[in-house]
Write a new protein. Structure first.
Length: 283
């Protein structure tokens, strides 16, 4: 599904928007329309990436500007939630509804619970109903997978599971080049030029480091950027391990600095990760 962001013209006449100063209004519009945003209004966005793309100082974002947008917009643990997202984007079409439901599948359970705590304790409406993280495999999918080794245990309530387009990932299959997946399992990643398995392994490694689960496809764009960066200096058979190693360095650096991080931060700091960050990191 192509990503386009159309904002209702009534946005400019919204009483709450009109009360914002021009810079706060610009930030809110950026968070409504940036390339990381999802159909459901909840998406992961590292603060450093937000600062780089918007041109606003990271400290100003964290200490004053983002708090000013509450409770219409909440930034928690590196995730953006826009409360009235559908008011500005939903045109009521079947494809839009499907996109919203699909995007909800990628929101980790722990983030949904934190947002639920925030909004259930206020006078504002609760967040939209939480769609399950993983749709139960259909009988057709189950039978098609019967010949493969066991899938990761399915559990709606756990955020530690990995899937592609609602289909649980068989991690053992990712190392078997002879496995032929069902059409719906590989339809979306075809544009990634045969690197689906490598990208999936990297995405799963990243999610394990974050202690989360979800649809690995949502990370492919950033992983593709990382792959292209690595191709410039690293031998093809070493690229996958190199990317995972740099992600791990970024994680440890972020933990030492007490900062949020994500794949976007790895892309932005690709060279600094080994040049500066790795000096004080014990892997």
């Amino acid at each position: 599904m192509a990503k386009y962001r159309m904002v209702d013209p009534k946005f400019w006449g919204d009483p709450w928007v009109r009360k914002l100063n021009p810079l706060d209004r610009y930030l809110f519009l950026y968070l409504l329309t940036n390339n990381h945003s999802s159909w459901c209004g909840i998406y992961e966005l590292d603060l450093s990436v937000m600062a780089f793309e918007s041109g606003i100082d990271e400290r100003d974002l964290q200490n004053s500007m983002l708090p000013k947008l509450e409770p219409k917009l909440v930034y928690v643990d590196g995730w953006v939630y826009i409360k009235n997202w559908e008011k500005y984007h939903n045109n009521g079409s079947a494809s839009t509804k499907k996109g919203i439901e699909s995007a909800w599948l990628s929101v980790p359970e722990n983030i949904r619970l934190k947002l639920g705590d925030i909004f259930n304790k206020s006078d504002t409406p609760t967040i939209p109903p939480p769609y399950p993280l993983v749709a139960p495999p259909s009988s057709a999918s189950a039978s098609a997978s019967a010949s493969a080794s066991a899938l990761i245990t399915y559990d709606e309530k756990s955020s530690g599971k990995y899937f592609i387009k609602n289909m649980p990932i068989n991690l053992e299959d990712l190392n078997d080049e002879d496995v032929t997946y069902e059409e719906e399992y590989v339809k979306a990643p075809k544009k990634y030029k045969g690197k689906t398995k490598a990208y999936t392994r990297i995405a799963v490694a990243y999610l394990k480091m974050k202690g989360e689960g979800g649809d690995v496809l949502r990370y492919f764009k950033d992983i593709k950027e990382l792959w292209e960066l690595a191709e410039k200096t690293i031998k093809p058979d070493k690229i996958e391990n190199e990317i995972i190693m740099r992600i791990e360095v970024m994680k440890k650096h972020a933990e030492k600095q007490n900062m949020n991080w994500g794949l976007g931060a790895v892309v932005k700091n690709w060279n600094a990760i080994l040049k500066d960050y790795a000096k004080n990191i014990q892997l």
